[in-house]
Design a protein around this ligand. Structure first.
Ligand SMILES: C[S@@+](CC[C@H](N)C(=O)[O-])C[C@H]1O[C@@H](n2cnc3c(N)ncnc32)[C@H](O)[C@@H]1O
Length: 272
């Protein structure tokens, strides 16, 4: 579909889904391609016909909503964030867990993509931190609304480009090569629960010491939905725990009870 057709279409329909055009500007092509395929499948002539179809077929909005799930991700995305988690944030949290006489560091990766983010955390823990804290268990809940990425996460096989930012040592030790794909070895997939869940409809009970919600709520949702969803997220973070958002995102003022983690952009500490 030509950009001249797709852009005005998205500018009109995204607010109806409580999504915001600003977030989609640079990644709209992924959505446009899906909408184009949908138009062809329905046998409609063009995007104007599809717009009219939406008016007469209310269920179609759910299909369009699914077309708008941007699924771009990669391992070790935003290296500064993972370095801060490794050298500072997670160590502090574990010290607190030990002080409180607990044993499990609970983590939630919300909008986890095809596993790149939660598996990066699992590798970080296994290679760098687990040897320092042998008595601590590291449990990750990884959730996403998109059935396709959930399926890919369960397979855990990736192209070389999605692994290119990972430290070499981790990549070489943790993946086995299967033709052009790199599959995560079983030991690094333990202690990760995978859940198919739309963050707008429900959130896990938690609570979590570490919650990553990057490049989803605070990029694509409109202001009202950011606040509604953001409050649900913030309730699931334990006091002293941490919330991590995307590198280009801002925590809206309506989300109270967090302060920036010193020296770590995009990372917040829950103050109470
Ligand atoms: C751009 S990716 C970000 C993946 C990863 N967090 C990262 O930063 O690399 C956004 C992910 O959020 C998922 N997603 C979109 N809408 C969602 C929703 N309402 N609830 C849960 N996940 C959603 C998409 O399927 C996609 O996997």
């Amino acid at each position: 579909m030509k950009d001249d057709d797709c852009t005005p279409f998205l500018q009109e329909v995204l607010p109806c889904l409580q999504l915001r055009w600003h977030g989609f500007r640079n990644v709209r092509r992924q959505v446009c391609k899906r909408v184009q395929r949908r138009i062809a499948l329905l046998g409609l002539g063009d995007v104007q016909a599809y717009r009219a179809w939406l008016d007469t077929h209310p269920d179609e909005w759910r299909v369009l909503d699914a077309c708008c799930q941007i699924t771009i991700s990669r391992f070790y995305r935003d290296r500064r964030v993972f370095q801060c988690l490794e050298t500072d944030v997670i160590r502090h949290i574990v010290q607190r867990i030990q002080r409180d006489g607990e044993q499990t560091l609970t983590v939630w990766s919300a909008g986890c993509g095809a596993g790149e983010e939660p598996y990066t955390l699992a590798l970080l823990w296994a290679f760098s931190l687990a040897p320092m804290f042998p008595g601590i268990k590291f449990n990750i809940l990884a959730s996403d609304a998109n059935a396709d990425v959930i399926h890919r996460m369960r397979e855990a096989c990736y192209s070389g480009t999605s692994l290119k930012d990972l430290p070499d040592r981790w990549r070489e030790a943790a993946f086995s090569r299967n033709e052009n794909r790199f599959c995560l070895r079983e030991p690094y997939r333990k202690n990760i629960e995978i859940r198919h869940q739309d963050i707008r409809r429900g959130v896990p009970n938690g609570p979590f010491y570490l919650l990553l919600c990057r490049n989803l709520v605070f990029t694509y949702f409109d202001e009202k939905l950011q606040c509604e969803t953001g409050r649900h997220l913030s309730n699931r973070v334990r006091e002293g725990g941490s919330l991590v958002i995307g590198g280009h995102e801002q925590l809206p003022d309506c989300i109270a009870g967090f302060e920036p983690w010193d020296g770590c952009r995009s990372i917040y500490r829950k103050t109470g």
